[in-house]
Ligand binder design. Structure first.
Ligand code: UT7
Length: 326
């Protein structure tokens, strides 16, 4: 079995409030709060890159695990906003934190489910014996791929990074008890960045048509998310051999409070057990679960040994869940 040995996070200092957005697009604080629960989000500074945020979160996670970057055997960076299309952001992170050359790294593209996907991959590497210490980072610099004239997307997202170190379990019952991963590619067009890949390479026309920015059919994803997140969470709980009543904490992807309230209801887990920070950070995609986990651990709201369920869903549609005894 593997365990989460340390957690860390990084959030840029600049705060963008709903009232700031009221001056940018035709929206209102009341609409955003009612429909999503978001009040503010963080925006990276000019010159700050995805790998900088990832490295900052990684250093914290390593410190909390009592490890150095030289101890790492693998680096996984879950992101849809890499430093550049080539090479992987994991390469820049490796350099910035000072990991060894025989510590490989790669990026993982599963949008908002990226951290759960990364946790599942790290768990397999550690359990299979191919790695002892794996760094998993969820990091997004979404402010650079948002259309700041599109009110249906720009009010929702924010920048940030969260990281964990996955290491061998100590035999005390603490560890990653289950992970569940799912995908439904038929809904890919509902949340995508249409241009910039092989389908629509960058041209003056694609830039002019704003096709390098995030596009989302929010209500399509909403309906799917309620059902899928509840199912993934319930399955992860079942596979962990525990019951919903035993789950002390839920650390969910923070996309919409209404989605999460419906998930709580469907899973039969009291709302008070959900750790929420969407009001302060908005939707940070793959970073949202590890940021919320690190906050809750550092503030002592989640204690070592507590039973925690996690779940996330996003572009793909990719989704999943995990149950961890911290
Ligand atoms: O993390 C990745 C996965 N993503 C998600 O899980 C997101 C899932 N979807 C959602 O969270 C919600 O669908 C949204 C928050 C994106 C939208 O909420 P909704 O209740 O589904 O609203 P809607 O898209 O159906 O739009 C309702 C109305 C529309 O106006 P009409 O057509 O009813 O006149 C929109 O034009 O709200 C309007 N609207 C806005 N109004 C003020 C859309 N965005 C805004 C805005 N401010 N920012």
């Amino acid at each position: 079995m593997s365990r989460i040995a340390g957690t860390g996070r990084y959030l840029p200092a600049r705060v963008l409030t709903n009232h700031d957005l009221e001056r940018m697009v035709d929206t209102s604080d009341a609409w955003i709060v009612e429909r999503t629960g978001i009040r503010e989000r963080r925006i990276a500074a000019d010159g700050e890159h995805t790998s900088d945020m990832a490295a900052a979160a990684a250093r914290e996670a390593l410190a909390s695990a009592g490890l150095s970057a030289r101890d790492l055997d693998l680096i996984l960076v879950a992101t849809v906003t890499p430093d550049m299309p080539l090479p992987a952001t994991a390469m820049f992170v490796q350099q910035k934190i000072g990991a060894r050359n025989d510590c490989p790294g790669f990026d993982l593209s599963a949008a908002c489910a990226g951290f759960i996907y990364g946790l599942a991959v790290a768990d397999q590497f550690v359990r299979g014996g191919a790695a002892r210490h794996v760094l998993v980072v969820g990091v997004e610099l979404l402010s650079r791929v948002l259309d700041w004239t599109d009110r249906s997307t720009c009010v929702l997202f924010g920048d940030g990074a969260g990281a964990v170190v996955v290491s061998p379990a100590l035999g005390d019952g603490r560890g990653i008890l289950s992970t569940t991963l799912y995908a439904d590619g038929s809904l890919a067009p509902a949340l995508c960045i249409p241009a910039g890949g092989s389908v629509e390479p960058a041209t003056a026309a694609t830039v002019a048509a704003r096709r390098h920015f995030v596009r989302m059919e929010g209500s399509q994803i909403f309906k799917f998310a309620v059902r899928a997140l509840a199912q993934a969470t319930r399955t992860a709980i079942e596979r962990a051999g525990v019951t919903p009543e035993e789950i002390e904490h839920v650390v969910p992807h923070q996309a919409n409070l209404r989605i999460l309230a419906a998930v709580a209801e469907r899973c039969g887990i009291p709302w008070e057990r959900f750790h929420l920070n969407i009001d302060r950070y908005g939707n940070t995609s793959s970073a949202s679960v590890p940021i919320a986990l690190d906050e809750a651990m550092r503030e002592g709201r989640i204690r070592p040994g507590a039973l925690v369920a996690m779940c996330a869903l996003g572009g793909g549609i990719a989704w999943g869940g995990a149950v961890v005894r911290m």
